[in-house]
Design a protein. Structure first.
Length: 368
């Protein structure tokens, strides 16, 4: 499925707690200068009028009529029906706001709203990591193909999304793939996001730093310490990202046990991948005990680092061989290596979300 050359236009919105950024997408690319407006999240009337004004402004910049509105919006929400629930970063949304139906009436267009983690995964499934890996396998002459991908975003929060056989998995309550609420692999009384987010990296660094900085460092500054670009506590910086990797790896191990899929990572913290990946893969390819103290592999699958050249080659090659069909002269391909790969976003997080929103809308229109 590809919409790179599609001529249809879809209106989009990047909804943040501070600003709303409105745009229009055609052929998976933005075709107008984005319109940025304050979200007015504390005042529902102002917020809704801002959304209407933003989309009207984008429409005024277009030569052709859009066919749909599709965007990501924070949850909790009843996404299929376009109803937004009690939001944390937009406090005026309380008791349920029928945002989708409002936009449909105002613009006489179909409206599709989803979670940003879901659309990130969908964008990478349509035009990012998933097709790249399948093309890599095809060129190598390996018949194995992947149809499923689990996407996580590491930033202010720990978001997730799952695509199964080109279908976005939302769940019966619009709450599928909510990885942030998995149990924290280090502090079992906390949820995973407390150890897999910007605040987590900052917290571990400052709790262990001997420098006693007067200001809270950003993850980028902590990263720069490890890169030798900034003065700071090297040990605490390394520990901050190692801890991130442990929590992310533990949560992904639980998720992949159910999804048996590729994993793609996005979000601002993905830039520090080389520092948290080792401890993440240690979790994924580690051991877990039974009641007698014996050990078994944490996963039935082996995790491969798709950002490492040698790992990619091993992943692509697998253990493919020919085996004979009993009572026959025929041979068939057999690859006993059950495996999945973990890689970084190929589109960039924001663009993957936009591509996901665009493709989701057009797929729904085509189905109808």
């Amino acid at each position: 499925m590809s919409y790179r050359n599609d001529s249809r236009i879809v209106l989009s919105l990047d909804a943040g707690g501070t600003n709303f950024v409105f745009s229009a997408i055609k052929g998976m690319q933005s075709i107008v200068e984005p319109v940025t407006l304050p979200s007015n999240g504390n005042n529902l009337d102002k917020c809704l009028h801002t959304i209407l004004y933003g989309f009207k402004t984008v429409i005024s910049k277009l030569n052709d009529k859009p066919v749909a509105i599709s965007f990501a919006f924070p949850g909790p929400a009843d996404y299929p029906n376009g109803i937004i629930g009690d939001l944390g970063n937009l406090p005026s949304f309380r008791g349920g706001v029928a945002l989708g139906p409002m936009l449909q009436e105002q613009f006489n267009l179909p409206v599709f709203i989803n979670n940003d983690g879901d659309l990130f995964a969908y964008g990478e499934a349509i035009a990012g990591l998933l097709p790249e890996i399948n093309e890599m396998l095809k060129k190598a002459g390996n018949p194995k193909r992947y149809r499923n991908i689990f996407g996580v975003t590491l930033g202010t929060g720990f978001g997730g999304g799952l695509v199964v056989n080109n279908q976005l998995y939302i769940g019966d309550n619009s709450a599928g793939a909510e990885i942030w609420l998995m149990r924290n692999g280090i502090d079992v009384y906390c949820f995973a996001e407390e150890g897999a987010s910007i605040r987590a990296v900052q917290g571990v660094y400052h709790s262990n730093s001997r420098n006693k900085e007067t200001e809270t460092l950003s993850p980028k500054e902590i990263f720069d310490i490890l890169e030798g670009k900034k003065e700071g506590d090297m040990v605490a910086a390394r520990l901050a990202f190692q801890t991130l990797g442990v929590v992310v790896g533990d949560a992904l191990a639980n998720a992949v046990t159910l999804t048996d899929s590729l994993v793609v990572i996005g979000g601002g913290l993905a830039n520090s991948y080389k520092y948290f990946a080792p401890s993440m893969f240690y979790q994924l390819n580690g051991k877990i005990q039974n009641l007698n103290g014996g050990e078994v592999d944490r996963l039935e699958l082996k995790a491969f680092n798709l950002e490492d050249v040698q790992q990619r080659e091993l992943f692509t090659k697998g253990e493919l061989r020919k085996i004979k069909v009993p009572f026959s002269s025929r041979e068939v391909d057999y690859d006993p290596l059950k495996r999945f790969g973990v890689g970084l976003s190929r589109l960039g997080t924001s663009h993957a979300v936009a591509v996901g929103a665009y493709a989701f809308a057009l797929k729904k229109l085509d189905e109808n």
